[in-house]
Design a protein around this ligand. Structure first.
Ligand SMILES: O=c1[nH]cnc2c1ncn2[C@H]1C[C@H](O)[C@@H](CO)O1
Ligand SMILES: [Zn+2]
Length: 367
């Protein structure tokens, strides 16, 4: 097939920075423990007596995370989370971090967010799994209130690939589904921990008709995506960029999709693409050759995301800007990414339609 370009990449002038910030945005892939304000980490470290921070100057701490994570390896990227999780162990800390997350996203023009975190990583000071979930949800309700309702936030509960608590976390997801939890995710080091290790968790979620996404196709290639989609039943894929392993691009610009790539595209399985994070972990070489543009032109359901605002030193606006610089995207592409994200949100259909028709479409029209 030939690469189509239904949504023209550069139909209009490049959007200005102010346009990008004001444009309504939706983020489906953003980790709570990867997006703290540096100053908050330092204050929380003082409060809880954590002495392991590499520096206590906020700007230097922010730069430290970005640099330490910029190693070309997912495993090294993940090591930096020890510092954020260390200060997120009490109800007050979790509440504060969640409330600030909602405020920061809203200030960046995000109107809908699904924020994920692994409850099992917040038990060190004695909270129960239920208490962790309640603290985070209460913090998000407070953050939404502080922004005057400009943002709606749901959470995804993450099971860690290398531990054995995924079934418990899946049960927790089902238990809290009517109270702020939108779905489930699996994250952590991909190599040596295939998603099929967590089959009982996915079976539990399916028995209860619960939504889930899986990080796959980041450090491992197409076989990880195949397991996530066909063995585990993921509705969306976290990253998924290595689906390109199953796509052949020919010299004349045409492309041939393998059966897996065709299945993912034809079933509209959303890819939660996080370009800056991919550059840091080595899943992509640079913005200009990032597969997001190829996948978009081939008709995949593409959403644009931050992954970890602190650790990747990014925001939704900065991800938009990188796409403008690399591919010349105009407003139409960003509106399409945003609509795609809300269409793939773990929300009831009428609610997705309401956000698209009453917030996203009019928001872009008014810019
Ligand atoms: O991009 C990622 N791939 C795999 N795991 C990740 C990524 N970003 C964050 N995580 C891990 C580290 C966090 O502690 C955990 C839960 O948010 O999820
Ligand atoms: Zn992630």
């Amino acid at each position: 097939m030939h690469l189509s370009d239904n949504v023209s990449a550069a139909a209009s002038a490049a959007p200005a920075a102010d346009w990008i910030r004001r444009a309504p945005k939706a983020v489906l892939h953003d980790h709570l423990d990867g997006g703290l304000r540096p100053a908050t980490i330092i204050e929380l470290a003082h409060e809880c007596g954590y002495t392991g921070l590499p520096t206590e100057e906020p700007a230097a701490l922010g730069a430290w995370f970005r640099d330490a994570a910029d190693s070309g390896s997912l495993e090294r990227y993940l090591e930096t989370f020890a510092h954020t999780c260390a200060v997120m162990q009490t109800r007050e800390a979790l509440f504060r971090v969640a409330a600030e997350c909602a405020e920061d996203l809203a200030a960046d023009g995000v109107v809908y967010a699904e924020i994920r975190y692994a409850p099992e990583q917040h038990l060190a000071a004695g909270l129960s799994l239920d208490e962790v979930v309640e603290a985070v949800n209460d913090g998000f309700r407070e953050g939404e209130r502080r922004t005057g309702g400009r943002i709606t936030v749901g959470t995804l509960l993450t099971g860690m690939r290398h531990t054995d608590r995924s079934l418990e976390i899946a049960e927790l997801t089902v238990a809290h589904r009517e109270r702020g939890v939108a779905g489930f995710d699996i994250a952590g080091g991909e190599i040596g921990n295939p998603p099929s290790r967590h089959l009982p968790a996915f079976q539990h979620l399916k028995r209860h008709n619960c939504h889930f996404t899986i990080h796959a196709g980041e450090a491992v290639g197409a076989e990880s995506i195949h397991e996530a989609v066909q063995v585990c039943g993921a509705e969306r894929i976290g990253h998924g960029v290595r689906i390109t392993d199953d796509i052949q691009v020919h010299e004349d610009g045409s492309a041939t999709l393998g059966h897996l790539a065709a299945y993912v595209r034809d079933n509209r399985i959303a890819l939660e693409v996080c370009p800056t994070s991919n550059l840091q972990t080595g899943a992509a070489k640079d913005y200009a050759t990032h597969p997001i543009d190829l996948l978009r032109r081939l008709g995949f359901r593409i959403t644009l995301n931050t992954d970890n605002r602190l650790v990747s030193g990014t925001t939704m606006s900065q991800e938009f800007q990188h796409m403008v610089d690399a591919f010349g995207y105009g407003p139409e592409v960003f509106e399409a990414f945003t609509v795609a994200a809300v269409e793939a949100a773990f929300l009831p259909l009428p609610e997705r339609r309401r956000i698209i028709d009453e917030v996203i479409r009019p928001g872009y029209a008014a810019l």
